[in-house]
Write a protein that binds this ligand. Structure first.
Ligand code: SF4
Length: 459
């Protein structure tokens, strides 16, 4: 497929897959919405359309900036803890959630084209290899509407020994999902609630197909974790948590981790942010219903997301926000205290050697104070920056880490790493401009034009 220029992305397109002729229209068969499109018409997602009687995709390779994060950002706790991932998000979505945490890229009518980048499959692979990253994550808005690019790049990744992670709401038809199950290694699925009426009203999608597709992944041998964004007054009264736990236990298995994730007001939904008390109450409910592992997300507190041994209760993995320490597991994921096999795969693979340098020469520096709602930032580095070294000094304690920025990489995430950490001092060894974008929550891709509702938490 030809590469689309970012400035032309709304006009240029390439032939898509998963469609059929229907009289003088064509029908898209990628998601259960099955849009029927006349000549020149685009679908609900605004990134697929009828061009000369064929279904075309407008977002092949069209992406927000590739960003280095870690696997926990994607609500994945039982696969290679702490491992670095290359996060790739596209534009458009087959749903339109009233509280969408990424609405400035998922809802095309609100997209600022300054946030658009373009990558070829090979460029994504090269970026992963240059930065020694073992997992590429398809994430943020939703990878469903990026099927062709995700499949092409994931197949290439497989050949190079790079794994792939699919973070999605899973509103997708059966055939394209079966294609993905063949290729993708890790699925992190966002189940937005268990009330079909609420689901339809708030997401413009339908719950039934999502549950059917989840069962399909559950029947495969692929790694699966499920998350639920807990949205104030929509799914936080305990009913959804009860039904979610029952459904997972009865249809997939009690071993599947469930992540209950705090939301922040965004897009059309402005009720208060989810409280820690609410998440703790819901966690109690799902554990009582038989789920074995429940983690709280978007919470920077101790003891809300650790993994403990089921036999002897020894702490196996210690987590604080997005910071991870494997404390009680061996390479095979076996508890070092009692010898019980844990569910954590590739337990020690994510613990990489820190990049060390004795040639750091500070040219510029900025101090970031952690605030109540801001516990992570994306640092954007100017394109012409090869060889930039960032030094992150965590205070109090003054522990220093160094990050080497390679060609083609423009964003990394830095998070608060312990309860009493008040600030980080970020220095760089050249005068290349650095931009700091607060991350309200994980899986939120911060853009340069924050919304009014986000600003309330940023200031
Ligand atoms: S992927 Fe887009 S065009 Fe296709 S059915 Fe879904 S919303 Fe419609």
């Amino acid at each position: 497929m030809k590469k689309i220029k970012p400035e032309n992305w709304r006009q240029e397109s390439v032939v898509a897959r998963y469609w059929q002729k229907k009289g003088d229209k064509i029908q898209c068969n990628l998601c259960p919405r099955n849009c029927e499109l006349k000549e020149g018409q685009k679908g609900f997602c605004q990134v697929r359309g009828n061009v000369n009687g064929k279904l075309h995709t407008y977002n092949y390779g069209i992406s927000v900036q590739a960003t280095i994060e870690n696997i926990e950002t994607e609500a994945v706790n039982h696969y290679s803890p702490g491992t670095k991932i290359l996060s790739m998000g596209n534009v458009g979505c087959m749903m339109s959630c009233s509280y969408c945490q990424n609405w400035q890229t998922s809802q095309v009518k609100h997209l600022n084209d300054k946030n658009v980048n373009v990558y070829s499959p090979q460029e994504v692979i090269d970026l992963a290899l240059e930065n020694k990253i073992d997992i590429i994550s398809w994430t943020y808005n939703d990878p469903v509407v990026w099927q062709e690019f995700v499949v092409d790049t994931s197949l290439l990744a497989k050949k190079k020994g790079i794994k792939t992670l699919y973070k999605s709401a899973l509103y997708i038809e059966e055939a394209p999902l079966k294609e993905l199950i063949e290729i993708i290694d890790i699925f992190s699925i966002s189940l937005k609630g268990m009330d079909p009426v609420m689901y339809k009203k708030q997401t413009k999608g339908e719950l039934g197909p999502v549950l059917d597709r989840l069962k399909l992944i559950g029947q495969s041998d692929k790694h699966l974790e499920i998350s639920q964004l807990i949205v104030t007054d929509l799914n936080d009264d305990g009913n959804d948590a009860t039904k979610t736990a029952d459904w997972i236990v009865n249809n997939i298995g009690s071993h599947i981790p469930l992540h209950l994730v705090a939301y922040h007001p965004a897009y059309k939904y402005t009720k208060e942010r989810t409280s820690l008390d609410t998440l703790l109450k819901l966690r109690k409910i799902v554990l009582k219903k038989g789920l074995e592992y429940c983690y709280l997300g978007n919470v920077y507190a101790d003891n809300v997301s650790n993994t403990n041994c089921k036999s002897c209760n020894t702490q196996l993995v210690q987590r604080f926000g997005l910071s991870i320490k494997v404390v009680g597991l061996d390479q095979k994921g076996i508890c070092t205290n009692c010898g019980t096999q844990s569910p954590v795969k590739y337990a020690l693979d994510g613990i990489s050697d820190e990049f060390e340098t004795d040639r750091f020469n500070e040219i510029q520096k900025k101090t970031i104070e952690w605030k109540k709602n801001i516990n992570s930032i994306h640092i954007t580095i100017d394109k012409d920056h090869t060889g930039t070294i960032l030094q992150i000094e965590r205070c109090p304690g003054n522990r220093k880490e160094h990050i080497l920025i390679t060609e083609g990489l423009e964003r990394i995430i830095i998070s608060k790493s312990f309860t009493k950490e008040e600030q980080v001092v970020i220095s760089s060894n050249n005068d290349s401009p650095l931009e700091f974008l607060p991350v309200l929550d994980r899986a939120h891709f911060p853009v340069k034009n924050p919304s009014v509702s986000a600003n309330k938490y940023l200031n």
